[in-house]
Design a protein around this ligand. Structure first.
Ligand code: F6R
Length: 614
């Protein structure tokens, strides 16, 4: 999940690289570094910690500028976040510099081989092995691209590698396996990066690289081959968002900006889903309707917040389609020998499309003969590419490490998928589907209403930032919302927070409740009487034990007020769609608490945006 950038072209490479690293810092911020080819030799600078440390270093000890260079932000896997372990890594004779994202699983064997030849390693990383191997090939006379292909064939695991050669000031060579790599095609200049955000200010024309491919890039063009040197085709595409979408737009945090973008993000995810006959069409779904009618089980697989979106989806999909639906954490799925057949539909949910645990689940499911649909936010990323079909959420780039608009758009996309399956299988009439769609289309306006009335939740957050422990309770689709509320608080405010099904509390966790503990409760809309009343009983249970209750409830629900210390009103929505509204105050709460506590909200400790290791 490190950030990778390579540049060749007329501009000064240093600024291009550092600007690109800033846009990719969310991918990892344990260290940053750059290397350039200047006057036939390599110059480099690298520093542990955030990019600002590297910038300070470049100011204190400037290095020569050049027209070719590579840059890296690191999320540490092998070796501590130190200057020595920072990338780029240089070959022993300082001829080749290389950056790496991923994990080289056979690095120990390769390192031993190189050490036996007398090469001394300066870092503890697996990545330096690749730098030394490419360097060895180049010193022995191979061209940089041939060297890269030879080395890539020997590596096991996941990698994006980009290398430069001090003797070749015009050439970048990159390779990928199970790790993202995209080429940016500018006017007389070229880029390689792990993410288009890195070069979006220079060009919106990109080329997607396939698995086990190597690309040779000069200022004038690029050439893609497989690892044996046979020419292959990258897949060109146009990036439909621009630089402003990747910047903070006046907010203090990307996360806050992304929370406020949710009405638009959800609206765009719902956009253009009807054909002329008002039938739902999901044109990225390349599985035939006949095939979808044979499905006898759905398994949703995802991680973290995306997993919680899957939990919401289960309630809707089972209700609308009557197909049994399981939801499973991706890292558990593959290792328990799940029962998957050709009649199983596996739905993966991933904002980044690069999450290794989810990707491995996709592969496992397809090996078992299942069809896989990916719900994903990142065009051209690995998970959709390896799936049978994809339903893109159109949230735009999500930069804050904690997922917000990613979650809401995933939930919206899951509803679309559920309705589409109901239409295909005839488990809902057309007018019933249209009614849900009409309500869905009203949700962006209601999310905006929630956002317009957040003063109370912001105040609440400021007053509660000193509390050590929080509980979140919900039932039905309110349960995943509770889990998501707790996760947000854990990951950005570093506070102890737990989400529980409200009815489960009395089976153990209620022992956590003592005087003054904040307990957030998501109350389902009235009309699902039993559910609503049961949650009111659960609120009474915790309140009787001294909890300070913060209750999220639909407007006009007067029954709950007597049991709430704080009442947060939500616009009216049907039970199944309520998560699109109820999640929002919890996101704002966590963002505000973390801000008050002085944490880096966009880059919480120990986390990275795109988790490309298992
Ligand atoms: C939490 C969060 C993570 C991700 C998870 C999956 O705020 O962002 O839990 O949801 O790592 O990531 P994607 O959706 O990219 O597969």
């Amino acid at each position: 999940m490190c950030g990778i950038i390579g540049y060749v072209g007329p501009q000064g490479a240093q600024k291009v690289l550092v600007d690109a690293l800033r846009r990719m810092e969310y991918r990892g911020y344990d260290s940053a570094g750059i290397a350039l080819v200047s006057d036939g030799s390599l110059v480099s600078a690298k520093k542990a910690g955030k990019l600002a440390n590297l910038e300070d270093e470049l100011t204190a000890s400037p290095i020569a500028d050049a027209h070719l260079g590579i840059g890296h932000t690191r999320w540490a896997t092998h070796g501590a976040p130190t200057d020595a372990n920072a990338h780029p890594h240089l070959s022993a004779d300082r001829r080749v510099a290389l950056i790496h994202n991923g994990i080289i699983e056979n690095f120990a064997t390769l390192r031993a081989e190189l050490e036996a030849e007398g090469i001394t390693f300066v870092s503890e990383t697996d990545s330096e092995v690749a730098a030394q191997l490419v360097g060895r090939e180049v010193t022995a006379g191979a061209g940089l691209a041939d060297a890269m292909r030879t080395v890539a064939r020997r590596l096991e695991g996941a990698f994006t590698l980009v290398a430069i050669d001090a003797h070749n000031p015009d050439l970048l060579v990159a390779a990928r396996r199970n790790s993202p790599l995209v080429v940016g095609v500018g006017d007389g200049e070229m880029f390689v990066a792990s993410d288009v955000a890195a070069f979006i200010e220079h060009t919106r024309e990109a080329v997607e690289m396939g698995q086990d491919e190597v690309v040779e890039v000069t200022a004038g063009g690029y050439r893609v081959t497989d690892l044996d040197g046979n020419q292959t085709q990258g897949k060109p595409y146009h990036v439909d968002w621009d630089l402003s979408a990747a910047e903070k737009g006046g907010y203090d945090w990307f996360m806050r900006k992304e929370i406020y973008e949710q009405p638009q993000a959800v609206a765009e995810t719902l956009l253009g889903r009807f054909d002329a006959d008002r039938r739902l069409t999901l044109d990225e779904i390349r599985i035939s309707e006949a095939e979808l009618r044979t499905i006898d089980k759905i398994v949703i697989v995802a991680c973290g917040t995306a997993f919680y979106a899957g939990l919401v989806a289960k309630y809707a999909i089972e209700h609308w389609t009557r197909i049994p639906c399981e939801v499973e954490i991706a890292s558990e799925f593959r290792y328990r020998d799940p029962i998957i057949t050709a009649r199983t539909l596996v739905v993966t949910i991933s904002q980044s499309g690069e999450t290794a645990d989810t990707l491995m689940a996709v592969r496992h499911a397809r090996e078992q003969g299942a069809k896989v649909i990916a719900i994903c936010n990142t065009n051209g990323s690995t998970i959709p590419r390896e799936s049978d079909a994809v339903l893109y959420t159109h949230a735009g780039p999500e930069i804050g490490v904690a997922s917000t608009k990613g979650f809401l758009t995933q939930v919206a996309a899951c509803y679309l998928l559920g309705l589409y399956l109901a239409q295909v299988r005839g488990t809902k009439y057309g007018d019933e589907i249209a009614a849900v769609m009409a309500e869905l289309e009203s949700m962006p306006g209601k999310i905006q209403q929630v956002l317009d009335g957040t003063d109370a939740i912001v105040e609440l957050a400021r007053g509660m930032a000193d509390r050590g422990s929080f509980l979140f309770l919900g039932r039905h689709v309110g349960y995943p919302v509770a889990l998501e509320g707790a996760l947000k608080l854990k990951e950005i405010a570093y506070l102890h927070a737990e989400g529980f099904p409200a009815g489960e509390l009395k089976h153990g966790p209620i022992a956590l409740v003592d005087e003054g503990i904040p307990v957030f409760v998501i109350v389902p809309p009235q009309g699902r009487d039993q559910l609503h009343d049961k949650v009111i009983s659960n609120i009474q249970e915790v309140r009787a034990r001294g909890a300070h209750t913060v209750v999220l409830v639909e407007e006009g629900d007067t029954e709950v007020a007597p049991y709430a210390d704080v009442l947060i009103e939500l616009p009216r929505a049907s039970t199944l769609l309520q998560p699109l509204l109820a999640t929002v105050p919890l996101q704002i709460f966590a963002c505000e608490v973390a801000t008050v506590l002085g944490h880096d909200v966009d880059q919480p400790r120990n986390l990275a945006k795109s988790v490309t290791v298992e």
